[in-house]
Design a protein around this ligand. Structure first.
Ligand code: DGY
Length: 324
């Protein structure tokens, strides 16, 4: 008699080692386009699956959850899970897990990459070299700003924000401010020489760089709106590696164009993969295509963490990263 393997719907291509492990442990269903699954096909396959392992850009909405009559677990490939209707999953008794910890360092690295690129005008410099119009070194060419001694304001203070604080404070000699709802332990503040601002406004007006690290929720949608951008002002740069909809992207494009905000470094967008057209012509913005966790090591570690959660669940043990 052949052993029953749980049926898992894999929405997109993953690293080879993770795909091999999924195939070993489970019966795997895949969409015909392994990189751009259509919602209709996902829904049809969900009806046959006991588990789905979506990525952060696959929409696991009410219709899909209702279609998945046999679904028992959604094991998200990613730490953010705003792609999933968690309330509906809970109501239907479907467990949700995510992949925290393993992407902390690479995402913090990317936030620092954006911060440095923005401060040193690296995007502009790269475009100049590629254009063939660079005429040589000049004492006043493409002058950026030092980061050492500057103030970095962190909005949210979870794992990734703390990893950014560590890099910025210990590696670059920056002053750290943070704003988060809960009170941060004084020992943790001391680790990063950080000060907690009780009001967001205080952080926005006092920072040279503001980096976003809060989750995407109804409360954080457009947290950085035109008013917040005005408070940051012309000498401040905004860095976003969290979620696009925390920032009002149209207001951001206007603020960058008018110079009421100094600069921005973005890895995430309100309506990915679409990027607000007003940003394309601006020199004072660096645009990356959601690369936060995109290293071989991290994407593999995320996949294994996701498979671990599935294996534990189907073995009848509590998965490590249960969200609901
Ligand atoms: C996540 O896991 O939430 C990231 O956005 C993926 O890079």
């Amino acid at each position: 008699m052949t052993e029953h393997k749980p049926i898992v719907l894999q929405t997109r291509s993953l690293t080879a080692d993770v795909e091999a492990r999924l195939l070993k442990e489970f019966e795997v269903l895949r969409c015909s386009d392994k990189n751009r699954p259509q919602q209709g096909e996902l829904q049809a396959l969900a009806a046959r699956a006991e588990a789905i392992c979506p990525t952060v850009v696959d929409r696991i909405d009410e219709a899909l959850l209702q279609a998945g009559q046999r679904l028992r677990i959604i094991a998200n490939f990613g730490v953010g899970y705003d792609n999933i209707d968690v309330a509906k999953a809970r109501e239907l008794g479907i467990m949700v897990t995510n992949t925290p910890d393993v992407l902390t360092e690479s995402t913090a690295d990317l936030a620092m990459t954006l911060l440095l690129m923005v401060a040193r005008r690296a995007g502009e410099g790269e475009r100049l070299c590629r254009s063939g119009r660079w005429t040589g070194w000049e004492p006043t060419q493409l002058l950026g700003r030092d980061v050492s001694g500057k103030t970095l304001g962190l909005v949210g203070f979870g794992r990734i924000a703390q990893a950014v604080a560590s890099r910025a404070y210990h590696g670059f000699g920056m002053r750290i401010l943070l704003h988060t709802r809960s009170r941060v332990d004084p020992d943790v503040l001391e680790r990063y020489g950080a000060r907690q601002c009780s009001e967001l406004n205080e952080l926005l007006t006092a920072s040279d760089f503001v980096s976003l690290h809060c989750p995407s929720t109804a409360e954080t949608r457009h947290l950085i709106d035109s008013d917040a951008l005005r408070q940051m002002g012309p000498s401040t740069a905004l860095i976003n590696t969290a979620r696009g909809n925390i920032v009002d992207e149209a207001a951001l494009a206007i603020a960058l164009k008018n110079g009421t905000l100094g600069a921005a470094g973005l890895d995430v967008y309100e309506r990915e993969p679409s990027v607000h057209a007003g940003l394309f012509d601006l020199e004072n913005v660096v645009l990356l295509p959601h690369l936060g966790s995109a290293t071989e090591e991290t994407r593999s570690a995320m996949g294994h963490r996701m498979v671990d959660n599935l294996v534990e669940f189907f073995a009848g043990r509590p998965p490590r990263d249960r969200v609901t």
